[in-house]
Design a protein. Structure first.
Length: 400
């Protein structure tokens, strides 16, 4: 296989998924067009050289329907011959889009591609596509396709996570993100001009640096009713060793919904030489898998395990981890299964603090990992994401 390199990675701010959010007035195509043209300017890329654009997007309805990858290219004014494809592997979509873009380079089908993702949750709310799997309770229970919060509480039950422990994860996420934001560590974040509001959007909006243990403890459990509607009974019927499900997740220790987009420029070594762009990192290997669907959002941990096993590596061989904070209990599962300690992963905060624009998150995390590897002058890193139904994807990169 051909070697694959990351030449640049940029993202928008993650803004509130509300009408007054900084990006909400932009269409997904306008937001992505802004990033595409910023990438062109930063790297002096000739868009005509790009052979495919793959974007992740979870809720492909309304503004995000009709192949948002291609329509974004059209809005950006890029050459007609540049194709685009939009993919959905739930909340792993952004990282999987980068993986698909990289595979075209590996296979010799292309020399220059772009991966990434977009999700405008203020304009296209989660579940607004009315998918049967999410809206038909009988279908969901029969096929073991549960909603994310139900899976998170089941992870908490299986890994004996107390309410205090999951709140500690959330508090650390907020503190780390606030510190990183103040220090300017998110170097992949680029300003986006919103012409509808005449505003330059250049700050993540979901970070709450004033969060305290007391404020987190005051929040009620968010998913007890969901459990009572059938998911608790299904999980306990398959796992009779548990007496009840621990409903410990709240709005404070769950990922924040938001708007955002990210793109990653990917290419061969020869392409970089021809374009005059120095690579920032090499994609070493990617692993996609599925874990127990009753956990829903625990797949990132299994993906990391499978990736390390494939490469015959240990966690000690990896300098830094960026792991999807898909509810706080997932982080505790990661610590218990892989032996990672706090301070070895998500060092600049995770999705609880920063927000989770579903189809874009994986590509954003890849850029965040690369930023921090460069800042600390480290070499190797793993980024991993979780999606519904137990989906998990992990990618190992090595700085050039």
């Amino acid at each position: 296989m051909n070697e694959v390199f990351i030449y640049d990675a940029i993202r928008s701010a993650r803004t509130k998924a509300k009408p007054d959010g900084g990006l909400a007035a932009l269409s997904p195509m306008e937001l992505m067009a802004s990033l595409l043209n910023t990438l062109k300017e930063r790297t002096h890329l000739d868009p005509a050289r790009v052979e495919d654009v793959t974007l992740g997007c979870v809720t492909q309805a309304v503004d995000q329907a009709a192949n948002v990858a291609k329509t974004s290219l059209m809005v950006a004014g890029w050459p007609d011959h540049v194709p685009g494809i939009t993919v959905n592997r739930f909340c792993s979509s952004g990282l999987d889009a980068c993986n698909i873009a990289a595979m075209k380079i590996m296979a010799g089908q292309a020399e220059v591609t772009i991966g990434g993702g977009v999700e405008m949750m203020s304009r296209v709310p989660m579940l607004s596509d009315k998918a049967t799997a999410f809206h038909d309770q009988a279908f969901a229970l029969k096929n073991r396709f549960l909603l994310m919060g139900a899976g998170a509480d089941f992870i908490a039950t299986r890994f004996h996570c107390s309410r205090e422990e999951v709140d500690q994860i959330a508090l650390l996420s907020q503190k780390n993100a606030a510190a990183a934001q103040a220090a300017g560590y998110y170097r992949s974040l680029v300003p986006v001009y919103n012409p509808h509001t005449d505003r330059l959007v250049d700050q993540d909006e979901c970070v709450r640096g004033n969060t305290t243990a007391e404020s987190l403890a005051s929040l009620p459990p968010a998913f007890e009713q969901l459990g009572a509607a059938g998911s608790d009974a299904l999980q306990l019927s398959e796992h009779p060793e548990y007496q009840s499900i621990q409903h410990v997740h709240t709005a404070g220790n769950s990922p924040a919904m938001c708007d955002g987009a990210a793109i990653v420029l990917i290419g061969s070594q020869q392409a970089g030489e021809q374009l005059g762009i120095r690579p920032r990192a090499r994609i070493v290997q990617v692993q996609t898998t599925c874990d127990d669907p009753l956990e829903v959002v625990g797949g990132c941990v299994k993906a990391v395990e499978a990736l390390l096993d494939k490469l015959k590596l240990n966690t000690s061989d990896i300098d830094l981890f960026e792991i999807h904070e898909a509810f706080a209990a997932t982080s505790i599962k990661l610590e218990q299964r892989l032996g990672l300690k706090r301070g070895e992963y998500n060092v600049n905060g995770g999705c609880i603090a920063l927000g989770h624009p579903m189809g874009a998150t994986g590509a954003m995390m890849l850029g965040t990992l690369l930023d921090e590897l460069e800042r600390r002058d480290l070499k190797t890193g793993i980024v991993a994401t979780s999606g519904a139904a137990g989906t998990g994807t992990a990618m190992l990169i090595k700085r050039c």
